[in-house]
Design a protein around this ligand. Structure first.
Ligand SMILES: O=C(NC/C=C/[C@H]1O[C@@H](n2cnc3c(NCCO)ncnc32)[C@H](O)[C@@H]1O)c1cc(-c2ccc(F)cc2)cc(O)c1O
Ligand SMILES: [Mg+2]
Length: 214
């Protein structure tokens, strides 16, 4: 049977990256996506912005919506302080299976909890299931029309504290207009746009960083 693109991406990691070396995993995926097959990872250019926000926030609890192959999971987890936890939600079992192996190759299993399921089902259960009070950082990179409803769910279930940071990928391409309007007009957020490019292309895209004011 034919392999899938995520499976070919995983093979490229296993062939070209060093076990236990997250930066080599990131480099191997970026090389594969730039030279072999494009894939919807946040990528190296926006990835540097992601790294700077993670470093600035220095989060002890992180929620990622949409794991896909685990590229941003590895980028974020590799920058977390000891004992910090990253929960990443992925409802496609095939993508989840690939992501688990990418995360394992990077040697980051201890820091990452990959939960197989839909964000709308799991956001209401995160406190009780994982003993989480609030998230210091949320990275949104799943279906673009789900950013706003899931942000409202996250607010509703008290998962944000004063200073929590939401970082959203693709606010220009493919675009998340209702989400952008919300975080930019709400008095509960201080929002900032980081202009960049769609992964591995010259097309404009960017990340929106929104600080929850409580
Ligand atoms: O569409 C994009 N990303 C979607 C990611 C989906 C991943 O997240 C998973 N997922 C989705 N919804 C949920 C969910 N919850 C939803 C229901 O509760 N709960 C859990 N997991 C979920 C999927 O299974 C995938 O693994 C994108 C496109 C372009 C793009 C730009 C230009 C182009 F020409 C083409 C493509 C660039 C990007 O950077 C992009 O991120
Ligand atoms: Mg994206």
């Amino acid at each position: 049977t034919q392999s899938t693109r995520p499976q070919r991406l995983l093979s490229a990691v296993q062939k070209n990256a060093t076990r236990g070396d997250p930066r080599s995993v990131v480099k191997a995926i970026d090389h594969f996506c730039r030279h072999k097959e494009w894939a919807m990872n946040v990528g190296d250019e926006k990835g540097c912005i992601l790294d700077s926000v993670v470093t600035e926030v220095n989060p002890h609890t992180v929620l990622e919506l949409g794991t896909y192959c685990g590229y941003s999971t590895v980028r974020i987890a590799s920058l977390l302080p000891p004992h910090a936890k990253l929960i990443t939600l992925e409802f496609n079992p095939d993508y989840a299976a690939v992501a688990r192996q990418v995360i394992a190759w990077a040697g980051l299993e201890e820091k990452v909890q990959l939960v197989e399921g839909a964000s709308s089902d799991w956001i209401p259960k995160l406190k009780e299931q994982f003993g989480i009070q609030t998230f210091d950082l949320v990275f949104l990179d799943h279906w673009k029309d789900r950013y706003l409803p899931d942000t409202k769910l996250i607010e509703e279930f008290g998962l944000l504290r004063k200073g929590s940071v939401l970082l959203a990928d693709n606010v220009i391409c493919p675009g998340t207009p209702d989400y952008l309007e919300y975080v930019r007009s709400s008095p509960q957020y201080k929002s900032q746009y980081f202009k960049s490019h769609l992964e591995y292309t010259k097309v404009e895209d960017g990340l929106e960083k929104s600080v929850f004011l409580g």
